[in-house]
Design a protein around this ligand. Structure first.
Ligand code: FAD
Length: 301
């Protein structure tokens, strides 16, 4: 379980004390505030705070004095225009602060997104919890034979059982030694900042992560993508569901132009034009590399 009964009680108490505010409120986001969305076996994502809504993007773009000065259709059209033409700063006017519980090896990928503010649980100050990510059977996959940076077929039978056993027993043994090093009867024990060093990368950490909508979209485009590793993708997908409720119009534009859209190179446009004129174009006379051609034909056939 990602949350203890005490943690759940704290969340319930926060949700039970609403206040009147003059600030922009997104009804969709209010429903998510403080609630934990479970991810992986012990992880979660929950919204701690947010600023702005779809109207805030429009207000900033128009540098207007109020909300709702134009029709809803105009606002939606403007947001879609901004997204289509890479006008990023109006999206930076919305911010979100998340509390995330995640395995350390996922955190290492996540922290590469530098345009965010982070505060992580201190394993110098506190003792880490005995919680490890152990993949579900369907996610225990072999190395891909076609993609060096990916996974292939799911492990089966004895092999799957053997790998699971190694993962579980190594995690348990490392944690037992961690506890043993921290303190033993009659001994002072090793400092927490040192004892943590042989904990495995599948142990869970936690952080507060704050970013703006523009950079969050960038994160989601990379990490909610099928090429991203499953274990970070599920976090991105959980966040994406929250964002869809927070700023539905901006999220719709993001899905359309970024997640669902493609960027065409000048060479790709030239090949498409030749094809539309009835010409058969091959990779050799396309001017594209083999890799570019493969990616092009994956989309255009
Ligand atoms: C599928 C996948 C595989 C990956 N594989 C690897 C890998 O093998 N090895 C590896 O090291 N990383 C890898 N990465 C991480 C990747 O290279 C990026 O570091 C990560 O996705 C963060 O992207 P970003 O820098 O655009 O994001 P952010 O750090 O959030 O930055 C957002 C944007 O802000 C600008 N920006 C931020 N900081 C600076 C700066 N200091 N100077 C200039 N511009 C800045 C850039 O325009 C940047 O795109 C992988 C990522 C993905 C999605």
């Amino acid at each position: 379980m990602p949350l203890t009964p005490e943690q759940q009680a704290e969340i319930d108490a926060l949700r039970a004390t609403p206040r009147a505010t003059l600030r922009a409120v997104s009804e969709g986001m209010e429903a998510h505030l403080y609630r934990a969305h479970e991810v992986l076996d012990h992880g979660f994502v929950r919204v701690i705070d947010y600023m702005g809504d779809d109207a805030a993007i429009v207000q900033a773009a128009r540098v207007s004095y109020g909300a709702g000065t134009r029709k809803v259709n105009d606002d939606s059209g403007l947001i879609r225009y901004l997204m289509r033409h890479w006008h990023s700063t109006p999206f930076e006017m919305c911010e979100v602060k998340l509390h995330v519980k995640l395995p350390i090896f996922v955190a290492r990928q996540w922290i590469r997104h530098r345009t965010a503010n982070v505060n992580e649980y201190s394993a110098r100050y506190s003792i880490m919890d005995r919680e490890f990510y152990i993949p579900a059977a369907e996610h225990l996959a072999a190395q891909s034979t076609v993609n060096n940076q990916g996974r292939g077929a799911t492990l089966q039978g004895d092999e799957a059982a053997r790998v699971l056993e190694i993962l579980k027993s190594d995690a348990a043994r490392s944690y037992d030694h961690y506890e043993e090093m921290l303190s033993q009867d009659g001994q002072q024990g090793l400092a927490r900042e040192l004892a943590r060093m042989n904990l495995p990368a599948n142990i869970y950490t936690q952080w507060y992560w704050k970013t703006d909508l523009h950079n969050l979209f960038h994160f989601l485009r990379l990490r909610a993508d099928p090429h991203a590793q499953y274990e970070i993708r599920v976090y991105a997908e959980a966040i994406a569901r929250v964002v869809a409720d927070w700023v539905p119009v901006a999220f719709g534009a993001f899905e359309d132009y970024r997640m669902g859209g493609v960027t065409l190179s000048a060479k790709a446009i030239a090949v498409l034009k030749r094809r539309l004129a009835g010409e058969t174009v091959t990779q050799e006379d396309s001017g594209m590399s083999k890799g570019e051609w493969r990616e092009f034909t994956e989309i255009w056939g």
